[in-house]
Design a binder for this molecule. Sequence first.
Ligand SMILES: O=C(O)C(=O)C[C@]1(C(=O)O)C=C[C@@H](O)C=C1
Length: 365
Amino acid sequence: MTQTTEQPLLEIRDQIDAIDAQIQQLISQRARLAKEVARIKTNGGQVDAVFYRPEREAQVLRRVIERNDGSLPAEDMARLFREIMSACLALEQPLRIAYLGPEGSYSHAAVLKQFGSFVHPYAVSSIEDVFKAVERKEANYGVVPVENSTEGVVSATQNCLIDTPLQVCGELDLPIHHCLLSNAGSLDKVRKVVAHAQALAQCRTWLQNNLPHAELEAVESNARAAQLAQQNPQWAAIASEQAAQIYTLRVLEKHIEDNRQNTTKFWVMGHEATEPSGEDKTALIMTVPNKSGALLHALEPFAEQGISMTRIISRPAQHKTWDYLFFIDVLGHQKDSKVRDTLEAVAERAAWFKLLGSYPISPLK
Ligand SMILES: O=C(O)C(=O)C[C@]1(C(=O)O)C=C[C@@H](O)C=C1
């Protein structure tokens, strides 16, 4: 580099150094305030203080996105603040978050997206165990997949939601990009593809076109598949790019999902109700009396009060042959008086009704 190009570079680096010093000072100041918040929350010794506040985090991130001037993409700026809040929250309370493992699963990625990297992810081996870990307080919160845009609902999660005393306290969407991971060297050496059943289904067309002779086997998770592929060089796993790093596998092919918009919605399950954030949803489950027009009648209060349903999913109730359960999400928070009164009116018309919780609409894409 010549003297003339070197000089402006050094000047800019001086400016960057000065800004870094300011940023660091401000982050330290913020961290001290978070400790002060923790002191107020424990109010001199309260043992069951709630440190994680999803509604406040959503408000902070929404403001970051609104303020963003485009020098960095809004999503990237939000991720930086996500990490700062994660570090501040860890000062208040180190959180343990249960998820469907092993390490490297999409649920693991969902934990990091929602809580940042300063929490302790706690891998368990089934969705039921995520609920149990939180219910028994072995973990502070759990993150569970609810629905995939290609494959539909995750019935193991639905089953647990029916009986759990936990509440939904947050949501996030995770774009799912599947990779084919293997140490086989090339596609034509792959004899068998292992993956979670949903991942196999989401890559059906690609597998038919590119690996028509490979045996397909469903296993309990994509990360488990990656472990198996590591042990068997003629096998390939469908999993995330991160799983390739964790399990030292080569990425033979990226983006093998049939639908590029493939996204999974996750919920955060916890013991406490979440306060309103200004942009919220409320989730519920209900059954209706087994007679014609009963569903329409039960949902009428939502239409009358102009409360939008963002999701309604029906499935047979397992204990009674022809009864149906409806999983419904509406816009608004249950503490909002209009939403609360409408939920009460719907509950009166339902045969069985359970509120799952209100939670902030995720500001992160
Ligand atoms: O405002 C609070 O209640 C805090 O604890 C501070 C803070 C933050 O760093 O902004 C940290 C954790 C909470 O989940 C929400 C926000």
